[in-house]
Design a protein. Structure first.
Length: 335
């Protein structure tokens, strides 16, 4: 009806004005949904938050436990243990069960932490005191090896793995062997990953590679996710070119396309026998600005994530990073 009386250019203008008017609402809607569900600055308000915090601090302890030899700092992690104790208490207070994967992983990680220290003859009484006696008794009663660290051998190149084996075998590796990553292998990895799908095949992802040790050191100091580990010989910054997007409803797509590409790249690096660890790009304005300048990233690109890459040590110790079972993930509707 409207199309008969209103000329096409006016209709287009009206549609454009309507889309523009929706923009603040879209962004505010995102923020509102996020704010209602996510923890308010690490204070859990629902069981999901308590789980996330248990994973966060279990992971931090597992990373500390994965440090070997002179890199291991006995007695590390007082803040993480304190926060893990609070998160486990919150989980139980909010009605969570003691058989939940995240709770069991947390308990098992605390047990692994205590066992590693006791094996080194380091007293753990002060660390045990960070947990209320009934929680400590529960932790001790959980006989599980879900938490802590594991030693992973490099897969023999003579036995090619199928995709399920590759996916199950890939782990984040934060220690790197000596030497540098051959540029041809980096090119090969991106060549594999460039087959990743993207919205309407717009291919917004860019991969910036750095091999200058001083620059990588500075970048990782700003990024903050590999503190306590030696820097990798190669650092990749996965970004998305925002000029590839054409409407406000696409505002999250750079991170979707970027995330998909980054996963392909991680599998490609694993396939090529390299060690890799994804690193977050959850930056505040200062970090974003400083890293953009340091790494020469155009203003038109957003950071998706970094990836530390290097020769793979064999074997290597890594966090166990337990996964929840399939029924924690898959919801089959209408069955
Ligand atoms: C987007 C993203 C950001 C990450 N950031 C960091 C980081 O800053 N530091 C770190 O040590 N690990 C980081 N990781 C690695 C995760 O800790 C790791 O993937 C997770 O514990 C699962 O372990 P896995 O990769 O060994 O299977 C990140 C992973 C992803 C996917």
């Amino acid at each position: 009806m409207l199309s008969r009386v209103v000329p096409a250019p006016v209709r287009r203008r009206l549609r454009s004005l309507q889309a523009r008017a929706q923009r603040p609402g879209l962004v505010l809607g995102d923020w509102r949904r996020y704010r209602q569900a996510a923890a308010a600055e690490m204070v859990p308000r629902n069981p999901g938050n308590a789980r996330a915090l248990m994973a966060f601090f279990s992971h931090s302890l597992q990373k500390g436990l994965s440090r070997q030899g002179d890199e291991f700092r006995p007695g590390f992690g007082v803040a993480a243990l304190t926060a893990l104790s609070s998160a486990m208490q919150a989980w139980l207070r909010l009605g969570g069960g003691q058989d939940d994967t995240f709770f069991v992983e947390a308990a098992s990680t605390v047990n692994a932490y205590l066992a590693r220290h006791q094996a080194l003859g380091v007293a753990t009484g002060d660390k045990e005191g960070l947990f209320p006696p009934d929680l400590l008794a529960t932790i001790r009663s959980i006989d599980s090896d879900l938490g802590g660290v594991k030693t992973v051998a490099a897969p023999p190149s003579s036995e090619p793995r199928d995709f399920a084996q590759l996916a199950a075998g890939r782990v984040s590796i934060r220690h790197f062997g000596p030497g540098q990553v051959d540029r041809d292998r980096l090119t090969q990895a991106v060549d594999i990953a460039r087959h990743t799908p993207s919205v309407c095949n717009r291919q917004p992802v860019r991969v910036h590679a750095y091999q200058d040790a001083a620059l990588i050191e500075t970048a990782l100091r700003l990024q903050g996710g590999l503190t306590g580990f030696a820097s990798p010989p190669t650092l990749l910054a996965v970004t998305a070119d925002l000029t590839a997007f054409v409407a406000a409803t696409e505002r999250n797509e750079p991170y979707v396309d970027g995330g998909l590409f980054a996963m392909s790249l991680l599998y490609a690096l694993e396939h090529l026998g390299l060690a890799a660890c994804p690193l977050n790009a959850m930056f505040n304005h200062h970090q974003d600005k400083a890293l953009r300048q340091l790494l020469d990233i155009p203003k038109t690109e957003c950071f998706v994530m970094f990836i530390a890459v290097g020769p793979r040590p064999d074997p290597v110790v890594v966090p166990k990073s337990a996964r929840q079972p399939v029924d924690g993930v898959l919801r089959i509707h209408g069955a």
